[in-house]
Design a protein around this ligand. Sequence first.
Ligand SMILES: [Mg+2]
Length: 322
Amino acid sequence: MAEGMVMKTLRLKPNACPATSPLPQAGGAGGGLPGLRLALTLAAALTLSGCVVAVGNNSAAPPTAAANPKLAGMQYLYGSAEADAISRQAWNALVTYAADRVRRPQADSVVLAQGASLDTPRFVPCADKRPAAVFDVDETVLQNLGFEYDDLNGRSGRDFNMRWRAWEQSDGHAVLPTPGAAAAIADLRTMGVTVIFNTNRDDPAGASRVIDAAGLGPAVHGDTLFVRTDTATGDNKDARRWQIAQRYCVIAMGGDQLGDFSDLFNTPASVADRRTRADAPRIAALWGRGWFVFPNSVYGKALKGSADDIFPADRRWHPTGE
Ligand SMILES: [Mg+2]
């Protein structure tokens, strides 16, 4: 394989794409633009299917970073002023909402109760419990800049789980808080809201360390920090949410994946069905009013679907004659 034709499949974190997802070599040796175009089309298709793929070209020209489909999502999330603004928008709205809930306590938390559905949601009652806000960690309160830089530019063919484990145990210097997170979390604490982290990281000591390193601590395991290994439900977080909601009135939750709000979003669904779930009337009312979503264009369950999945059949267009 020529230099610049190095292919790697980058696993969704923490849910895996296949360990390898070989991309057909397009254009053959010395393939020109049509071959490159085909390679990029195939890479885009794999990206949309949920497997984020890096692709180069097999021409003599050196590869350009722009040919890597994962870069666009990183440019947006980690580099753009627009994503910075969306993040701050979410944190500002969250603090405003939480302040209102502290001023005017309500009967129910924003944690769906056991047995609830998205069509007929019921919530764990507050019952005079102290207020708390519950947050996912990765790409919600902090950005994994070091890990994603390595994912983009590091050696190909390495095992995702091994790299992620090493990242979890690193010193946390290569992260940043999401824009607006540090001030918002400090504001929540000032107004008497306990800040609790519910993450699918495995290592509680590493999670606590990275939260501290991002300037968002403290996070005390079993008290204000819950990790995947605390319950036997894998990536599903409801069991941990219910544990937290027994003790606190959860007035706000934040996450970058819908599973950060309810496991009901985690069952397999088509692109259209995922949106239908988010649009269910009583669920739609929660976005920005108790449930706060942060952008993630780099990895996760949002990144899937072919053009046919994404564009409604009656909303497609080409110039006349094409
Ligand atoms: Mg996350």
